[in-house]
Design a protein around this ligand. Structure first.
Ligand SMILES: Cc1cc2nc3c(=O)[nH]c(=O)nc-3n(C[C@H](O)[C@H](O)[C@H](O)COP(=O)(O)OP(=O)(O)OC[C@H]3O[C@@H](n4cnc5c(N)ncnc54)[C@H](O)[C@@H]3O)c2cc1C
Length: 487
């Protein structure tokens, strides 16, 4: 039953047009937002978030980052005269109750395809349908929605390069037009007074040193994009593998929470690079290819949800891993988590993750390789740790990134490619700057000697640990296990 809703500021009834709900999840922005436009077509829009939703993020830190971004969104909505409803409890019950209170016939969302989110949406759809309310999905967090790029035979792509070619050929629309101020519905006071299921609570303020308030929200994401295009894009192809230079876009975190849509990024790149004919054009192309990896992994996970936590390809199912619960192995895994392996580039990466909630892409590969091929531990143990600590933690990109390293995923780097942490460090952090930044016990060591403390006088003076394993021996051990599996 529709209710009369009064505007809180004026006390007057609002227009009486049907009110639909817009449920924000991984789309915490107000521009380039097709689901918002679809909701506006229904009339007044009541924006809502469900912070108790277990599917919001796979790990603790991305959840916290989500909360901080949602607070920023609520401020943006308030600046337009609206009010973001914070609905407590399971989304299916909270939304059903709120829809009934305000007489909404539809709940609009951006469609999500990762397995926990898709399962949640199936539950919500069913619960709402019982009350005659429709869950309407419009758009996705991707330029091309998962499932849309298929081979000529109608099967999903299993390999990245042909996928990325077909993805470009498929193309994507430009950014969705920005609505003039959306017709935010006023919130009826009694809709929020049900202590059990709905609360008019504020989203808690987030005070975590890893979350920089200056990086939160849609405005900050657009500013980051603009700065990247001007300062770093032209050098991207040359410098993207250098953790010491820090010239990648850092857009993974706003992308994860939908503070920016990839369409907006792709359109801005087209515009910024229109006149580029030289090596800078290759750099831009390389960057677009990285965005395609994000889309590819989402597509793979959509078609094969079980691959979130199991080997995608069965070729290494017999590979014997060490049991991460066995005390000696558990101690080594703990040293890896805390950045005390005695391999400087590995420890710098793991401490960057722990202390800042982010890690450089190449270092993600090196640290992942170390867990799987030097410590012989199955990749989900590391993937779980990353998801708990990454601000950009994303099931598809993370778990398929891990499978790429472990040799079990699609397009996998072969298992016998074992990253040598010392050579990688010396090559990609040539002055040792990155290691010194994150490992204080090595801050006194000058130059690239920081990557070989066992050969550098005085390197252990400040308590840096000795290597917990011998890389050359463990590399041989990993290859022996691999060969035995192949036989
Ligand atoms: C083991 C491992 C775990 C990873 N976990 C995640 C994760 O949880 N979340 C996440 O967003 N990325 C993950 N990545 C991919 C990549 O490391 C990050 O996207 C990148 O480091 C983010 O920094 P940036 O935004 O500065 O990247 P840029 O180099 O500026 O790239 C631009 C964007 O392209 C996308 N992208 C770049 N590289 C990849 C890639 N290899 N796979 C998928 N997308 C990519 C990201 O959206 C990124 O923001 C993982 C990679 C590995 C090897």
């Amino acid at each position: 039953m529709a209710r009369t809703v009064t505007d809180r500021a004026s006390g007057r009834p609002t227009s009486g047009r049907p009110t639909s709900l817009l449920w924000f999840r991984r789309d915490l922005r107000l521009t380039d937002h097709p689901a918002l436009l679809a909701a506006i077509e229904d009339g007044e829009v009541l924006p809502v978030v469900c912070p108790d939703d277990a599917a919001l993020a796979a790990g603790e830190l991305p959840r916290l980052r989500w909360t901080a971004a949602a607070r920023s969104l609520s401020e943006d909505i308030a600046a337009q005269g609206g009010r973001l409803v914070v609905a407590a409890g399971d989304p299916e019950h909270a939304l059903a109750r709120l829809a009934a209170r305000v007489g909404a016939q539809r709940v609009h969302v951006t469609r999500e395809t990762d397995p926990p989110a898709a399962a949640r949406d199936a539950r919500v759809r069913e619960r709402l349908a019982a009350d005659g309310v429709e869950l309407v999905g419009t758009g996705t967090p991707y330029a091309v929605g998962p499932g849309l790029v298929m081979t000529k035979q109608g099967t999903p792509y299993a390999v990245f390069t042909p996928f990325s070619r077909a993805w470009r050929e498929h193309g994507w629309p430009g950014p969705a037009p920005a609505p003039s101020t959306p017709p935010w519905a006023a919130v009826p006071d009694d809709a929020l007074s049900d202590g059990e299921a709905l609360s008019d609570g504020e989203l808690p303020s987030v005070d975590d040193p890893r979350i920089d308030p200056a990086t939160l929200g849609e405005r900050a994401a657009l500013d980051r994009l603009a700065a990247f295009l001007v300062d770093d894009l032209a050098r991207y192809a040359d410098e993207r593998d250098r953790p010491d230079l820090d010239t990648t876009s850092r857009l993974s975190v706003p992308l994860r929470h939908g503070e920016i849509h990839p369409r907006t990024i792709l359109a801005a790149i087209d515009e910024a690079t229109a006149g580029w004919r030289d090596v800078r054009a290759d750099a831009a192309e390389k960057f677009v290819t990285e965005l395609a990896w994000r889309e590819f992994y989402a597509d793979v996970l959509h078609h094969d949800p079980v691959s979130a936590w199991e080997d995608l390809r069965g070729t290494l199912l017999d590979l014997p891993y060490d049991d991460a619960d066995e005390p000696a192995v558990a101690r080594r895994v703990e040293a890896w988590r805390e950045g005390r392996t005695g391999y400087p580039i590995v420890d710098a990466g793991m401490r960057q993750l722990r202390d800042s909630g982010w890690m450089h892409n190449r270092v993600r590969m090196i640290t992942a390789s170390f867990l799987v091929k030097d410590l012989h531990v199955w990749w989900p143990v590391g993937a779980r740790h990353f998801l708990d600590h990454l601000l950009d933690g994303d099931l598809a990109s993370n778990n398929h990134g891990w499978q790429w390293v472990a040799g079990t995923g699609t397009d996998a780097s072969p298992f016998f490619r074992v990253f040598n942490p010392t050579l990688q460090g010396t090559k990609l952090d040539p002055s040792g700057e990155y290691v010194r930044r994150w490992v204080p016990e090595l801050a006194h060591v000058r130059g690239k000697g920081v990557h070989t403390p066992w050969k550098t006088d005085g390197a252990y003076d400040e308590g840096y640990p000795r290597p917990i394993v011998d890389h050359d021996l463990e590399r041989r051990e990993a290859l022996a296990r691999y060969e035995a599996t192949r036989r």
